[in-house]
Design a protein around this ligand. Structure first.
Ligand code: ZN
Length: 453
């Protein structure tokens, strides 16, 4: 079956009727699929698989993206407890939705379980801000996502299952580098925000992706129909409604979410008289968690936290946006393949071939689509960043094109660049990343070498 076939030929409502996908008709055979669908006595499962493109039995609650108040906007209903209620494509929890399927399939989770949201509401209120009702400013998250448990209670009482896509909580974090920064006098213990034991008080928000497809298409300068078709194709046909339900405009994609760490008073974020520091950091598990020295990720992240603390202690606030976009959103398998290719190429790991090796393996240098990232800054109501702790030209361009002013850009201090990370940092500077240093010429770039193991 070709791709075109899959879309235009076979996957029409007429060809794939729910009746065709009964366990008995499946290529899996009776026993295997029957077990998956019916075999679990704990779960009340339907006897037939109903394709998502056939679940529609009438009008769904409309979503008016960009509406000023949540009741006009309408709830996001991605729960599969009642298929008739769903007004989005996809399910909650991003990529973790697949684990939920395993839990149901193995009998550990009752698929009819309804979340008890007692005492889960945010301890602080973020927003609403004018940016929340601008459909051009936020297209990749639900600005009302943290209110879902409280503002749609009317729907709840009618049996709708409405889940938050944003959760906010408070925490203490403790990083050994902050203790060093205290010992060296770069930051000071104030006993409130930063404790003598190095504990830092933060407010953090977890954000699941909620994509308004017309807005995503507009942001990427493509047609919505093209976006929907390619999303369907490139997920192996995972979400048929992308091509069969043009009435559904919101997609909960199976991708990683983001976490925002707020340091200092969250009200200072939107106060024009108070300074704001921001670092937008894309996940790098090897460095962030395990301390690999091939890149600058963890030292730069911790430097960002340090600048956030200094700014908060001046009466302002700091924000770290942490995005699950491992390996420039190419994933860690691709990343490790690139590491090997870099170190084994002729002449060894060199700054002048840094981006070329990624492109050889992945076909592109970067897949992070920073154009969507400023949505999180708009969710926080940010209109000006006094200190942007980032050298990335892509992030800077995305933020300023989104209408957010950047006063100062802060590069990673040279003494924080790890031993084997010179290749990365010099290659990035030469490619246009922000730096106060001179950019190296091509011959000099070729001399910047990394380890060969
Ligand atoms: Zn890294």
């Amino acid at each position: 079956m070709t791709e075109d076939n899959l879309i235009e030929g076979n996957l029409t409502p007429g060809n794939l009727t729910p009746g065709n996908l009964t366990p008995g008709n499946s290529a899996l055979g009776n026993s295997a699929l029957d077990h998956l669908i019916q075999g679990n006595p704990k779960a009340a499962k339907p006897k037939h698989i109903i394709l998502t493109s056939h679940q529609h039995r009438g009008k769904v609650i409309p979503i008016h993206w960009g509406a000023e108040n949540p009741s006009d906007r309408g709830p996001i209903i991605g729960s599969i407890r009642n298929l008739q209620h769903r007004n989005v494509i996809g399910t909650h929890a991003g990529s973790y939705g697949v684990y939920r399927a395993l839990a149901v399939a193995s009998g550990d989770l009752d698929p009819t379980h309804k979340a008890d949201l007692t005492n889960t509401s945010p301890p602080v209120q973020i927003g609403p801000y004018p940016s929340w009702s601008d459909p051009n400013k936020i297209v990749s998250l639900d600005p009302f996502g943290a209110f879902a448990g409280s503002v749609f209670t009317g729907y709840e009482s009618e049996g709708y299952d409405i889940l938050p896509t944003i959760a906010i909580t408070k925490a203490h974090i403790n990083l050994p580098e902050l203790k060093d920064a205290i010992a060296q006098g770069r930051i000071t213990v104030d006993g409130k925000l930063l404790k003598s034991d190095g504990n830092l008080l933060v407010t953090k928000a977890a954000i699941d992706p909620v994509w308004y497809l017309p807005g995503i298409a507009k942001r990427l300068h493509i047609e919505e129909t093209d976006l929907r078709r390619v999303l369907f194709q490139q997920t192996g046909g995972m979400f048929p409604e992308l091509v069969t339900r043009p009435d559904l405009h919101v997609f909960l994609p199976p991708i990683g979410g983001s976490t925002i760490y707020i340091i200092g008073d969250e009200k200072a974020i939107v106060d024009p008289d108070k300074p704001l520091a921001v670092r937008v950091h894309d996940e790098c598990n090897g460095s962030d968690v395990f301390g690999s020295d091939i890149c600058t990720c963890r030292p730069y992240l911790v430097h960002g936290i340090e600048v956030c603390i200094q700014t908060a202690q001046e009466g302002g606030a700091g924000v770290i946006v942490y995005c699950r976009k491992e390996g420039r959103a190419l994933g860690e398998v691709t990343k490790f393949l690139v590491y090997n290719a870099r170190k084994r190429q002729e002449g060894g790991d060199r700054a002048d071939a840094y981006f070329a090796r990624t492109e050889c393996v992945a076909g592109v240098q970067d897949m992070r689509f920073q154009q969507l990232m400023p949505d999180m800054l708009h969710w926080l109501g940010i209109t000006r960043i006094d200190r942007l702790v980032s050298m990335s030209n892509m992030k800077y361009n995305a933020i300023t094109h989104a209408g957010i002013e950047v006063v100062q850009r802060i590069a990673i201090p040279p003494e924080l660049v790890p031993a084997d990370a010179q290749v990365e940092i010099e290659a990035k500077k030469a490619s246009g990343y922000y730096s106060e240093d001179e950019v190296l010429a091509a011959e000099e770039l070729a001399q910047i070498k990394g380890r060969d193991y």
